[in-house]
Write a protein that binds this ligand. Structure first.
Ligand code: NAG
Ligand code: NAG
Length: 623
């Protein structure tokens, strides 16, 4: 038994070593927007769990906990939950001591919106993976992780910690928009899987995904939006072991195509070669269905086979499979031809093609992790779950060519429901910059009733254009008192708020009435009586004099009545008249009446005088 195990282990190490050579780490961008000293774009590696927001971006501020810095323990009281109006928290966690998945799970429970794991050694970025089977950590929490995760370099982590220590706020934008290629209006994707249904959580995850995703996959395929291909990983038996009992049990075609024993025990249950045979049957099923123009039938075959022919019930057999194929109406003979003779010492064309495809091409590395999803030749990282995968596929269409399934409400992330997604919102009108899409929520200033809002979408949006005062008064102050309304919105400018005359303030939140009387801004002449009103003031003059607002002075009623717009001219004339009149009264009292008529003559040039004596009085008063 020990020897058997040693053999299995050595073969696996051999194969893993070979495969790790071209393992590609999927990266996305992390952009630091503040503090200035850290501003820039850096790379991080997307974890193989959680839900990356493919096609989207996410903004948050970084927090480095003062204790439990490796997040191997629970955080008490959700310390990372962002306050209303605050940015989502990206928690910075050190690598080491426990699984990446446990760190992410603890961070998520603590209220973090994303986890940034700081590498603990200087090395190229790696992909954080879920724990392998048998590590007794396959608690179901891995399935529940739904925050995105990223590994950042030790150097970047150090700089961020330093900035935080100095009291700087570190704002970060995680960007997955270029994480998967999106060249055209058809998405090609591959699912690397395995027909073994008894390998624990990883096998359960695969079959559950197929069952769940079937509906969406078939819809996308039927309408020509996607081209899906299933793939199967097989291994070869090293030449030296071809005649060993182990390879005979695990391989077909004389050691060319092998799979590990489902129970890791050659003496009981199904053998590795049973799994290879079923993988081959599934690959052939796809080829035949694809040739008949119905490639989506593969999804039916896989789900039906797993329901009708499970290993547990000893039905993982060719007969059971044949029944499923027949009930789906697919040509069984063609499939048998495709499978060929597993005992032959010759290549099987289908499995040979699969082995070749396993080796990375272009941007895609070798496929070594089961299951693996490849979308547009980029490796998908994240949870194998319907909504997450559909989102990634949707994000792989060129923008605006997404099929309608991508734009349905259940594809929305509903991130706007919580804390308005961290976007700008006007609380008085509920106008929000948060928009839910399958690409994740976006903070974009909206267009409401033809009024375009402009701003960063996070902390600030304001209405722009000619109609801007129509909505929420352009975000400016507006007040009404006893039937009078004043507004700080300026219609004919593109932006800005300005308190109207008679008010002062920022024009946005408040405009305060100016007390013109108190502040001696108007109505200050000796005859004036000043009374402040809201937005203005009242001024009255004593003894029947009339207040001229433009000049802020009192003059005679009649002059004012007829003067209209010439207040200042009248003032000069009155003063002149008074001086002339006074002079003559002093030196030549006797010709007063004559002078009166002179004055009348002067005045008559400007207006018809119908009441001479009052003008006379006025002149004297002025003296
Ligand atoms: C499936 O059919 C399409 C179109 O007929 C073809 O391009 C593709 O290569 C086929 N896939 C496989 C695995 O045979
Ligand atoms: C804004 O939303 C809140 C909560 O949904 C609601 O109570 C309020 O009436 C809304 N206000 C307006 C102006 O629609």
């Amino acid at each position: 038994m020990i020897e058997k195990l040693r053999f299995v282990v050595s073969v696996w190490i051999l194969l893993w070593g070979y495969c790790w050579g071209r393992f590609v780490v999927e990266k996305n961008n992390i952009r630091i927007t503040s503090p200035n000293s850290l501003k820039g774009t850096y790379q991080c590696a997307i974890g193989n769990f959680g839900v990356p927001k493919y096609g989207g971006t996410m903004i948050g501020s970084v927090v480095y906990p003062s204790e439990n810095q490796k997040a191997c323990k629970d955080f008490d009281n959700s310390p990372f939950k962002s306050k209303p109006g605050g940015f989502p928290t990206f928690v910075l966690i050190d690598r080491g001591d426990c699984f990446f998945t446990l760190k992410a799970w603890n961070a998520q429970k603590g209220g973090a919106a994303a986890i940034l794991v700081v590498d603990d050694r200087i090395e190229p970025l790696i992909t954080m993976d879920t724990p392998e089977e048998g590590s007794n950590s396959n608690d179901d929490y891995v399935e529940k992780i739904n925050i995105p995760s990223a590994l950042i370099s030790k150097a970047l982590g150090g700089s961020i910690k330093k900035a935080l220590l100095k009291g700087d706020m570190v704002k970060v934008n995680l960007d997955w928009r270029e994480a998967l290629p999106h060249p055209d209006d058809r998405v090609e994707y591959e699912f690397w899987t395995n027909s073994n249904d008894e390998c624990g959580p990883k096998c359960d995850m695969q079959i559950n995904f197929v069952k769940d995703f079937k509906g969406a996959a078939q819809l996308l395929e039927r309408k020509g939006f996607t081209q899906f291909t299933p793939h199967y990983i097989t291994w070869y038996c090293p030449d030296a072991f071809i005649n060993s009992k182990q390879c005979k049990s695990e391989c077909i075609n004389n050691g060319r195509y092998c799979a590990p024993d489902p129970e890791f025990d050659f003496s009981r249950g199904y053998e590795g070669k049973d799994v290879v045979m079923q993988n081959l049957r599934q690959a052939c099923f796809f080829r035949v269905a694809n040739e008949s123009g119905k490639p989506w039938q593969w999804w039916d075959y896989i789900t039906d086979f797993s329901i009708r022919c499970p290993m547990k019930e000893n039905k993982y057999t060719e007969e059971c499979s044949d029944q499923v194929i027949k009930s789906l109406g697919v040509d069984l003979k063609k499939i048998k031809d495709c499978i060929g003779d597993p005992a032959a010492d010759a290549d099987n064309l289908v499995l040979k093609a699969e082995q070749d495809a396993q080796i990375g091409k272009g941007p895609r590395g070798d496929v070594t992790i089961l299951p693996t999803l490849v979308i547009n030749n980029g490796q998908y990282r994240g949870k194998l779950e319907k909504a997450a995968v559909l989102k990634a596929i949707c994000a792989s269409f060129q923008e605006t060519t997404e099929p309608s399934i991508c734009l349905t409400p259940d594809m929305e992330t509903n991130e706007c429901l919580e804390n308005n997604g961290g976007c700008w919102q006007d609380t008085s009108t509920n106008i929000t910059a948060c928009r839910d899409t399958f690409r994740g929520r976006v903070c974009e200033c909206p267009i409401v009733q033809n009024v375009k809002f402009v701003g960063d979408g996070y902390t600030h949006c304001e209405a722009s254009g000619a109609l801007r005062c129509e909505i929420n008064n352009g975000g400016c102050w507006m007040g009404t008192q006893s039937g009078r309304t004043f507004s700080a919105c300026i219609d004919d400018r593109t932006k800005g708020c300005k308190c109207p005359p008679g008010f002062r303030g920022d024009g946005v939140r408040s405009c305060e009435d100016i007390d013109e009387c108190e502040e001696k801004l108007a109505c200050q002449c000796p005859e004036c009586k000043c009374k402040n009103t809201w937005g203005s003031y009242d001024c009255s003059c004593s003894d029947g004099l009339f207040y001229i607002r433009e000049n802020d002075m009192c003059i005679g009623k009649y002059a004012a009545n007829s003067g209209g717009n010439g207040g200042l001219i009248w003032l000069i004339i009155f003063l002149l008249a008074a001086a002339v009149c006074g002079g003559y009264a002093f030196y030549k009292y006797r010709i007063q009446r004559y002078m009166d008529s002179e004055i009348r003559a002067i005045m008559a040039q400007y207006m018809p005088l119908d009441n001479q004596p009052e003008v006379h009085n006025q002149a004297h008063n002025a003296l």
